[in-house]
Design a protein around this ligand. Structure first.
Ligand code: 13P
Length: 248
């Protein structure tokens, strides 16, 4: 069975003063039935983990290096994230793919390293507006899935997030039919490649998810939760989305 999961990606936002939001999320997590993960910047992971330690809220990192350690100035390994208290890591986010020129192959190598270290890899895929306009959405998402998800992926160590690039931070959300088409294609591709375990990998939607559109998105077949950016910065909004998912 695919697990319901809500993940909040804080991107490059958050200072010590934001830890109160994480505490409020941790308190709310106790009464929620969906899994809940907050992904603050690297600088807050350890302190966020202390705040969450006896709660159902998990902490994640926003990227990791494929190597365990070495001369890689500015990078962070999966083992370091785990050591700081993280249990998840977001990989292949479109902002990393475009700003840091990350390829499918690099994302796959990072995901293999993350899962080997004991982290759950949240692997992101999604088309640009140009690709959608050209009718290439399914082709692009299937290619990214095939090349970014490593052979070691299982339902226990991997989550997939479909984030259309044009829906991120824009307030523009695909129609439920558009989301449903992509999620069904992802489910079928993963099942075909990994068998039963592939069919149990959780599939999240991401891109302008808010408390007021969450119910219609979570009603779509093969949508098991969301990867939320802006609306995850405030506990009140993030918890409101989690309540919708838990009730679904
Ligand atoms: P928004 O929810 O702000 O559109 O961001 C989505 C996202 O990129 C999450 O990873």
């Amino acid at each position: 069975m695919r697990k319901k999961l809500l993940v909040g990606n804080w991107k490059m936002n958050g200072l010590s003063s934001s830890l109160g939001e994480i505490k409020a999320m941790a308190d709310a997590a106790e009464r929620l039935t969906c899994g809940l993960v907050v992904v603050p910047p690297f600088t807050l992971i350890e302190r966020a983990s202390v705040v969450c330690c006896s709660s159902k809220l998990s902490v994640g990192g926003q990227d990791c290096h494929p190597q365990r350690s070495g001369a890689f100035t500015g990078d962070t390994s999966a083992e370091m994230l785990l050591d700081a208290g993280a249990r998840y890591v977001i990989l292949g986010h479109s902002e990393r793919r475009s700003d840091h020129r990350e390829t499918d192959n690099l994302v796959s190598t990072k995901a293999a390293a993350a899962t080997q270290s004991g982290l759950v890899a949240i692997i992101c895929v999604g088309e640009t507006q140009e690709e959608r306009d050209a009718g290439r959405t399914i082709e692009i998402v299937e290619r990214q899935l095939a090349a970014s998800v490593p052979a070691v992926a299982t339902a226990a160590n991997t989550v997939i997030a479909y984030e259309p690039v044009w829906a991120i931070g824009t307030g523009r959300v695909p129609t439920v039919a558009q989301i449903g088409e992509v999620h069904l294609a992802m489910y079928e591709a993963l099942k075909q490649r990994f068998g039963g375990s592939g069919g149990s990998i959780s599939l999240l939607y991401g891109g302008s998810v808010k408390p007021d559109n969450a119910a219609s998105i979570f009603a779509v077949d093969y949508v098991d939760g969301a990867l939320v950016g802006g609306a995850s910065l405030k506990a009140s909004d993030f918890v409101a989305i989690a309540e919708v998912l838990s009730a679904h």
